[in-house]
Design a binder for this molecule. Sequence first.
Ligand SMILES: NC(=O)c1ccc[n+]([C@@H]2O[C@H](COP(=O)([O-])OP(=O)(O)OC[C@H]3O[C@@H](n4cnc5c(N)ncnc54)[C@H](OP(=O)(O)O)[C@@H]3O)[C@@H](O)[C@H]2O)c1
Length: 286
Amino acid sequence: MILLTGATGKTAMAAATAIAVAGHKARVVTRDAAKASQLAALGHEIAVGDLSDLQFLKDAMRGIDRAFLLLPNTEQQGNMEARFTDTAKASGVRHLVKISSIEAHAGIGARVPEMHAASEAYVKASGLEWTMVKPNFFMQTLLAAANGVKARGELTMPVGGARISMVDCRDAGAVIAKVLLEPGHEGQSYKLTGSESVTFVEIATRLSRIIDKPVKFVDPPLAAYRENLLKALPDPWRVEAVCEIFATTAKGQREIEAITDTFQELLGRSPIGLDTFLSDYKKAFS
Ligand SMILES: NC(=O)c1ccc[n+]([C@@H]2O[C@H](COP(=O)([O-])OP(=O)(O)OC[C@H]3O[C@@H](n4cnc5c(N)ncnc54)[C@H](OP(=O)(O)O)[C@@H]3O)[C@@H](O)[C@H]2O)c1
């Protein structure tokens, strides 16, 4: 049986849907049963609990041979991922699939990709079979700027002139489902990107056309962006983590600019394009 964590969230919900469409069932984890109605309707078994609770983790792993690990970015993420890995190993799980990120490197200067790099190494050293799913920036990250687009016609993110081959997290979910459902992906790291690499000036131009309203890209000083973010996010660790990612992005990185064929090779279709993403989420921006 498959264990799917993060399944009420953006990426693993897409994986849970693809798994159900393929005629399979998974055990899906949520801390809040009320959020799981869509997953239950898909036929999945719902396990209600917190992954920081070791006894819940052990119970959730019972009878599982393939597990997908996704946790949101918090100060505890690295430790929780190590404990998830240890418990999977002790429970007889065969294959662990982990979401990481395309820029996961030690020493990159941003705590989240550094944590993912350390967590990847931990999983690889565990003796479990593993697959790393390593998406570039999710297109859905743009939704964080949607209110500014609505209110002022401004797409505000401190990324400078960076060019990014963003990927839709629904595509990442499709890859996760495929990797969990069929053999042959063990020992692979899949770097997922979209099919084009664009600047935020270009994104603003596209968005403008799609929502039929002028949108301009605003690249605020990082300090001002941080100050605003602190008003919206109660967790200063998270605010710093987000700002570090933007700071490394603004410097420009070959890895996040490059386009990979991985999605096309795995799924046999093109990844979701930026225009399709913007049209699908048009309501959020207008
Ligand atoms: N954003 C990007 O551009 C990007 C790019 C590459 C990789 N990533 C990685 O993708 C991951 C985030 O994926 P996402 O955006 O799909 O997540 P998301 O939408 O924020 O969903 C987070 C999920 O985690 C669950 N969760 C949170 N804390 C939990 C806990 N203590 N115990 C059990 N479940 C818990 C939530 O479930 P409940 O609330 O229902 O319990 C929810 O389903 C991160 O690891 C991030 O580094 C992100």
